[in-house]
Design a protein around this ligand. Structure first.
Ligand code: AMP
Length: 118
């Protein structure tokens, strides 16, 4: 069953978002609760709930998400210093919205990616 999320509404312009890029495959907008000076979400225009649901037919869209992430990083002026791309999947990652989204975060030193729990 297709359960649409708030991100589908952003794609369809039914709710407001600070959209920084859009084309026929992806939409990118600023995260509403930014965790870094630049925090942008890049999402496919079609609903794919989690990375576990990715199929070979999604190859073009998923590859495009990375190409657009690099383009936006350049636009935002963070490409040279660097940034991080994150896609959460399911409970242990803390995924909250079940429409896959790539976080593009940067604009200051991000620190270690993960801290091992004791
Ligand atoms: P995740 O934990 O990977 O599922 O990330 C979901 C992200 O979506 C969080 O960083 C939220 O701050 C962000 N978010 C939730 N609702 C909105 C919204 N309406 N517009 C922009 N970002 C949102």
């Amino acid at each position: 069953m297709t359960i649409e999320t708030i991100f589908s509404k952003i794609i369809k312009c039914e709710i407001n978002a600070d959209i920084v890029y859009r084309d026929h495959l992806v939409t990118a907008f600023r995260d509403i609760e930014p965790k870094a000076p630049v925090h942008i979400l890049i999402i496919p225009n079609i609903l794919i709930k989690t990375i576990n649901d990715v199929k070979p037919k999604h190859k073009k869209t998923l590859g495009h998400m990375i190409i657009i992430a690099a383009k936006i990083a350049k636009q935002e002026g963070i490409a040279n210093n660097g940034y991080r791309l994150i896609i959460n999947c399911n409970k242990h990652s803390g995924q909250e919205i079940f429409h896959i989204h790539m976080h593009l975060v940067g604009g200051h030193p991000l620190g270690p990616m993960l801290i091992r729990k004791k």
